[in-house]
Structures are given as C-alpha cells and as structure tokens.
Design a protein around this ligand. Structure first.
Ligand code: OAD
Ligand code: ZN
Length: 247
C-alpha cells in the first residue's frame, strides 16, 4: 500500500537525490546506531578529541573496528542499495549522499562520481597528518605485533584512523559542498533509513525541501523531519523499494 504513492513519485522523478543512513544496511546484517540493539546503545562513540588524546582510546577504537570487521566484513548490498543503483543507472537519480561508512553503495556498483560520503569510509584508514592511506589488514597486523598498541604513520609518525568522521571531527569540505549543490538542485529528495538527528547531515533534506524538491522519507520509525516531508513511509526499506520499483 505504501509503495503506490512512492511509485508515482519515482515514475516522474528526473533528477532525484537519495540520502541514506544506517537503516538501508540493516537487512545486510549491519546494526544501525539508535534502534534497540544499535551500536550507540551498546557502546558510547569515541569522539575525535578522545581518539587524539589517548593511546588507550585509539587501541579501543581499533579493537571495535576489528570486531566489526569480523562480524560484518562479509556484508553484501541489500534491496535498498540495489534499487538506488537501478535508479542511478536509469538516469532518474543524480547521486546518492550517504552517511554510511560501510562501502555498500560502492559494492552495489555505484561509481565514486555518483556518491557523496558525508561521514567517510571505514573500509580503509588514513594518517591524520599526511593523509597516507593504510589498509585495515596492515593496521591489524601492526596492532597485533605491538600487543594492541595503535600503529602510527610510517611516513610521518602521525596517528592513523579509519577514514571515517567521528563526533568532534571537521566535516569533509568537498563532500559537504557536493551534497549542498545536489540538495539545492533536485526534483525529488529521498531520505532513506536515517533517524535524521545528526547534523549537519540532516540539514540536506531541509535544504532540498526549501529549494522546492518533493521530500520523501522512508524509515521504519518516525524521524525528526517527518512533519516537513511530502510523503512519509514508515516501513521496511527493502520491502517498500522492491514493491515500488515493480510497479
Ligand atoms: P540511526 O541509527 O540514527 O537511524 C537509522 C534509522 O533506520 C532508524 O530510525 C531505524 O528505525 C531505521 N531503520 C533500520 N532498519 C530499517 C529498515 N530495514 N527499514 C526501514 N528503516 C529502518 O542511523 P543514522 O541516521 O544513519 O555517524 O545515523 C546518523 C549518523 O549517526 C551515522 O552516520 C553515524 C552515527 O553516529 C558517524 O558515524 C559519524
Ligand atoms: Zn602520515
């Protein structure tokens, strides 16, 4: 039932933008942050100042990352990812703005040029001083050799961190600029699987609506921005998009 009005909007969408959160990846087995059982209900996030200030926090951050990798490293894209990849391929979506760090949009075949990662990517790491890139396997081997001490950059001795944006860390300026341009110039803005509580990311649906886009929110639970939307669907993302694309 919920799929019919979405199908109607998708049918006339010509320059849409999708904005995704952790809810699009839960059917792939990756927990979200704020639902019961979500990551932030189990562990408080390690913010950027704490990561920088303490070797013990850096070690804890890496322990968590390797535990995530063991649990969810094999995750594959789900129905929501595939539906958005299809809409991109059909030329109806311009791009996907994601808050997710799991790399599953890329894994569904979305080109980097069509993807804006607002909160970075956890599938690799970088030196916070010089930007040198490190693969997780390399970090893990050094971490284990050094009895769970976080490794530093081999070029400049700076701290190495997953390429994600932590609370208290500056937002990536190029990604923010791209997301702003897309949000200000789209006919439909699809906010999918996000509680829409984390700013500045949650500002993009607001910006799109103000600029005249049709705002659609698809999320199991109510979000902060439901009152602003033209269409709100409280249902499972995979179910809703599969049904809407079939129509
Ligand atoms: P949240 O955990 O805050 O919200 C995910 C939303 O997805 C929840 O409201 C769920 O109800 C919904 N949801 C889960 N599975 C679903 C499904 N199968 N179908 C429909 N809805 C579903 O995650 P985000 O909004 O992505 O930041 O969180 C935003 C940011 O907060 C994240 O990017 C992360 C976190 O701290 C960083 O890592 C910097
Ligand atoms: Zn370095």
């Amino acid at each position: 039932a919920a799929a019919a009005p979405l199908a109607a909007i998708l049918k006339r969408m010509r320059a849409g933008v999708a904005f995704t959160g952790a809810g699009i990846s839960t059917e792939c087995g990756i927990p979200d942050f704020r639902s019961p059982g979500g990551l932030w209900t189990r562990n408080r996030p390690i913010d950027y100042p704490s990561f920088l200030a303490s070797g013990e926090m850096r070690a804890e951050a890496w322990r968590r990352r390797f535990a995530m990798e063991a649990a969810f490293g094999g995750a594959r894209p789900g129905r929501g990812h595939r539906a958005l990849a299809d809409l991109l391929a059909a030329g109806q979506l311009q791009a996907i703005i994601t808050q997710n760090i799991d790399g599953l949009h890329q894994a569904s075949g979305v080109a980097e040029a069509r993807l804006v990662e607002l909160h970075g990517n956890s599938t690799y790491a970088t030196c916070l001083e010089c930007g040198a890139r490190y693969e997780l396997g390399w970090v893990r081997a050094r971490f284990e050799e050094a009895r769970e001490r976080a490794p530093d950059c081999t070029d400049c001795a700076g701290p190495i961190k997953t390429a994600t944006i932590s609370f208290g860390q500056p937002m990536p300026s190029a990604a923010m600029a791209r997301a702003g341009a897309l949000s200000g110039d789209c006919d439909v803005f699809l906010a999918i699987g996000s509680s829409l509580v984390v700013w500045p990311a949650a500002g993009f649906p607001v910006q799109a609506k103000r600029a005249g886009a049709t705002l659609v929110i698809v999320n199991r639970e109510p979000t902060e921005l439901d009152a602003l939307a033209d269409l709100v669907i409280h249902a499972d993302i995979g179910d809703v998009f599969s049904a809407a694309l079939e129509r």
